[in-house]
Design a protein around this ligand. Structure first.
Ligand code: NCD
Length: 315
């Protein structure tokens, strides 16, 4: 990973972590995302390209969004969902062998896997680009790219922000990538609202975290007023050993109309990577500040289109 930095050259790179991106790389990606979003025609940018979507964990949004992105660019996908049940993986095939096989068919592999580091492992086995679509509780870089794009589009900047990230900070891979992204910019402050048992494991972040103000809170009354964004997340049930422990913390923090009226400002944007399972009430959905069901989802497709063009395509 150390020499995997993008440094302005996306072509043929693996996309495994937010740490690979510089501010300039993000600017380049977001410039292209805007062009795609606002009507330029990119419908043949991936013509003739085949991308394998290899998803060992359930996914609807990320899978659908990558499939839509590839196809809108004129490319095609090989869709492998749940290979543990339906393919040679059920016969005991190693991840490396599976990767080598699909590498022979395709121009890139998008992988989601329950183990932290699996995308890195796949990248070591493959010559073609590997895109991490979520590796256990590790990272989910393309989600963070769309989250950062959405913040940038709505707040006009990615520095000097005050944000709230709530829910499962310990296990939420989208949160891990988002925090890594926000540490690249100056003077960001994040309030991390979670039960004490679901706080960030700082280990690998220690150095990065010097660039950002993180304030851990466990009560709504400590939320800042008028933050630039709120980023709510689901407590990651599948990462718990005991269902009782999950039930104890699952709905500790729920976004209600009352909560946003009390703490959010007129311009605070409300985001969630989805799926939500009760941590944002439906009564909030019609609020113009709620971006999770429309803007964020659409941006996900546009950002992935831009990323695929830069990694694989001709302009
Ligand atoms: C997220 C994930 O898979 O990490 N979903 C997504 O890709 N949009 C968040 C989640 O599952 O809670």
């Amino acid at each position: 990973m150390a020499n995997n930095n993008i440094d302005g050259k996306f072509k043929d790179k693996d996309v495994l972590s937010l740490t690979q991106f510089s501010i300039q790389d993000l600017q380049q990606l977001f410039r292209l995302t805007k062009k795609i979003k606002y009507s330029h025609d990119f419908s043949s940018s991936l013509r003739g390209k085949l991308v394998t979507l290899l998803f060992y964990e359930p996914s609807s949004r990320t899978f659908g969004s990558f499939a839509a992105a590839v196809k809108r660019l004129g490319g095609n996908t090989i869709d492998i969902l749940d290979p543990k049940s339906f393919s040679s993986v059920s016969k005991g095939e190693t991840l490396e062998d599976t990767i080598k096989v699909f590498e022979s068919y395709s121009d890139a592999i998008v992988i989601r896997h329950p183990e932290i580091g699996a995308a890195q492992k796949a990248a070591s086995a493959a010559e073609i680009p590997i895109i991490n679509a979520g590796d256990g509780i590790g990272e989910h870089p393309t989600q963070a790219l769309l989250d950062l794009f959405t913040i940038y589009e709505n707040c006009g900047k990615l520095d000097n922000l005050t944000g709230v990230i709530a829910g499962d900070i310990l296990n939420g891979r989208t949160v891990h990538s988002l925090i890594k992204g926000l540490t690249k910019f100056k003077k960001n402050t994040l309030f991390l609202l979670s039960p004490k048992s679901l706080r960030l494991t700082r280990g690998e972040y220690e150095k990065l975290l010097r660039n950002i103000d993180l304030i851990e809170i466990d009560a709504e009354k400590d939320l800042p007023k008028n933050a630039d964004f709120w980023y709510w997340t689901r407590v990651q049930k599948e990462r718990f050993q005991s269902i009782d422990n999950y039930n104890k913390v699952k709905h500790q923090f729920v976004v209600t109309k009352k909560l946003i009226d009390t703490y959010a400002g007129k311009k605070t944007i409300l985001m969630h990577p989805l799926p939500r399972v009760g941590e944002i009430l439906e009564e909030v959905d019609d609020d113009p500040r709620a971006l999770y069901l429309k803007t964020q989802v659409k941006n996900g497709m546009f950002v992935r289109m831009a990323l695929l063009i830069l990694v694989l395509g001709k302009k």
